[in-house]
Design a protein around this ligand. Structure first.
Ligand code: ADP
Ligand code: MG
Length: 332
């Protein structure tokens, strides 16, 4: 295995709230190779955004990393100062959010926003402008020379998303973290924007983390997927493994509730029940109360995230049985 670009080990993130402690991320570990794309999937509130934002120093002030390390290019992000993280965010890690307006300044011309970081790093102005125009062209903005001087509100939602991608790419990052990048867009535009990200990833050789509640988005656009539940990782696998040899009941539920790729021929089935409160620290499997495979052991002992085959991890006591069940379903 080559050295990972990002290696997160046992990450824990908490928030202080008047009612107590919110345990948002509980012992998450994963790694990412240069140029690879990883999907982080799970229901709303499962800790996907907090995990990624914590790594880049962007969580709210009432939150903190209480344990863990995150080696990015050999440097532990959890030990860097706010200033150092800000440097890394612009230069090495680009961020894309659901709402472009969280990244774009509404009262600054987009050309100025895209060139700003380059100028700060002493790019000659003409070169910065040429690169910004080229980036706008590359992400599919027609007439980039003219649009360079427009403000964000002069673009449609899909076009604003593209401007934000151009902005995130300006300093040639090694990694883009895209948090529900297309959730607010209609399906056709959603697919265009994600396909654009795929192409750029190949061209530039950057790695990509897509955070999404939409299993279909992750299976279509990622090499590997990590499934989160209640702030913990349930399963990590290559997309083909996750679909054909699913090894966690929660992933089975997510697959079954995703129309095109559900196992078997039944209609879409949402997973019964609700995720647990984030105020609880789970001493056993957090998914047990909703799990159709659950036994007494699942309510008593926490299943460790363990290897079930090469490149495939599951945090289920009965991972092998689940894989067997999935195989039988597929062949029935
Ligand atoms: N600033 C905050 N204060 C308290 N709790 C928070 C804060 N930000 C996020 N949380 C909680 O952390 C948990 C994980 O949230 P998040 O990572 O945003 O979920 P998602 O998987 O939908 O991205 C949720 O329970 C959320 O309410
Ligand atoms: Mg989120």
């Amino acid at each position: 295995m080559p050295t990972p670009l990002l290696e997160v080990n046992d990450l824990w993130v908490e928030f202080k709230r008047p009612g107590g402690i919110v345990h948002a991320v509980n012992g998450v570990s994963f790694s990412l190779q240069p140029g690879e794309s990883l999907g982080i999937v799970g229901e709303s509130g499962s800790g996907k955004s907090v995990a990624m934002l914590a790594l880049t120093g962007l969580i709210a002030r009432n939150g903190k990393i209480v344990r863990g390390e995150a080696l990015f290019d050999g440097e532990d992000l959890t030990r860097l100062s706010a200033h150092e993280l800000r440097e890394i965010r612009g230069r090495d890690i680009g961020m894309i959010f659901q709402d472009p307006m969280t990244s774009l300044n509404p009262i600054m011309r987009i050309g100025k926003q895209i060139t700003e970081g380059m100028l700060l790093r002493n790019y000659p102005p003409a070169q910065a402008k040429a690169r910004a125009t080229e980036l706008l062209r590359r992400v599919g903005i027609p007439n980039p020379e003219q649009r360079f001087n427009d403000y964000p509100f002069q673009f449609s939602g899909g076009m604003r998303q593209r401007v934000m991608i151009a902005l995130a790419l300006a300093l040639k990052p090694k990694l883009i973290i895209a948090d529900e990048p297309t959730t607010a867009l209609d399906v056709t535009i959603q697919d265009q924007v994600l396909t654009l990200l795929d192409e750029l990833r190949e061209e530039i050789g950057m790695a990509l983390i897509i955070i999404t509640h939409d299993f279909g988005v992750a299976t279509n656009h990622c090499d590997r997927i990590s499934v989160m539940y209640a702030g913990e990782l349930m399963e990590t696998a290559r997309v083909d493994q996750l679909i054909a040899r699913t090894a966690h009941p929660y992933s089975v539920g997510l697959l079954e509730s995703t129309m095109e790729i559900g196992h078997g021929k039944q209609p879409i089935q949402p997973i019964p029940g609700n995720p647990p409160s984030a105020m609880i620290v789970h001493k056993a499997c957090p998914f047990a109360p909703r799990c159709r495979f659950g036994t007494e052991q699942c309510f008593e002992q926490k299943p460790p995230l363990r290897r079930v085959e090469a490149g495939h991890l599951s945090a289920c006591h009965y991972a092998e049985e689940v894989m067997q069940h999935v195989a039988e379903q597929i062949h029935s």
